[in-house]
Design a protein around this ligand. Sequence first.
Ligand SMILES: [Zn+2]
Length: 266
Amino acid sequence: MAGNEHAPHQEMRQHGEGACPLCHGTGLEPLGEKNGFELVACGGCGLRFVRDMPSASELDAFYRQYYANAKNERNATRKVRRWWRRLLPLKLLARKGNFLDLGCNIGFAVEAARRLGFKATGYDLSEQAIGLARSAYGQCDFNVGTAQDAASKGVRYDAVLCAEMIEHLTGLDTLADALSVLVRPGGILYLTSPDASRYRTAPQLLAWKEVCPPEHLIYFGRDQITRFLRNAGFEVLFFLPVLHKPSLRVIARRMPEAATPGIEAP
Ligand SMILES: [Zn+2]
C-alpha cells in the first residue's frame, strides 16, 4: 500500500505534538522525508517516527479500503498452518485459555489459535476483513474494533497476538493502556513489527520499504520495543530469531499488577 498514491495532505496533519510517542522526549533530530512525511529520531530513546502524524480522519479513510486486497484471501490453508507453527511458543507458555488477536485481518492466526486449543477471538478495524473471517472460521469470535474497544469489554486474555500492527499507530500510550488491561497478569503477549535497527543511517532507513507513511509511522528497534513493553507492564522473555527478513518477534509476559510502573500495590 506504500507509494505515491498516498500523497501528503498537509492540511490534515496533526501539528504541534513535537514529542516522542515512546519516551515523550522533545529532542528530535530530522532524518529526511518520505512520501511527503518528515521523519525524525528521538535523542532520548532512539525511536524513529513520522513527526506530524496523519489525522484520525485521514487514517480512517485509508484503512477503510485497506483490505480491498484479494491477495489476503489466497492460500488460506497454508497461512493458517504457518500461524499454527508461529503460535507454538505462545501455546507452550500460555498452555490454554483464551487468545486474542489485535488486528486479525481475515482471521488466519485466530483460527490457528483455535486449532491449538485456545478459545480464540479477533479484532480488526476493517468490517470487510471481519466479514470474511466470520464466514471462513465460524468457530472463532470476530469483532470490528480497536484494541481499546477490546479492552472496554473487560475480558482478560491468557495470550494476545499483536502482529505487524504497532508500526501503524500514531501514538503508543493508548495501545500500552489497552494491553495492560487485555493481558492478564502472567499472561503472554506475542508482538511483531519490522526491525528498523538494521537500518542505522537516515539514508538506509528512508530507502527501506517498510518506511511507508501513512501506513507505517513508527519504526522500532529491539531497544525501543523492549522499552515500550516495559512501560506497558511486560517483561521481555525472548526475541524469536528471524533470518529471512528484518523483523522483530518478541514474546513477553505481563508482570503482576503490583510490579507495573505507575500502579501501586494494594
Ligand atoms: Zn523517545
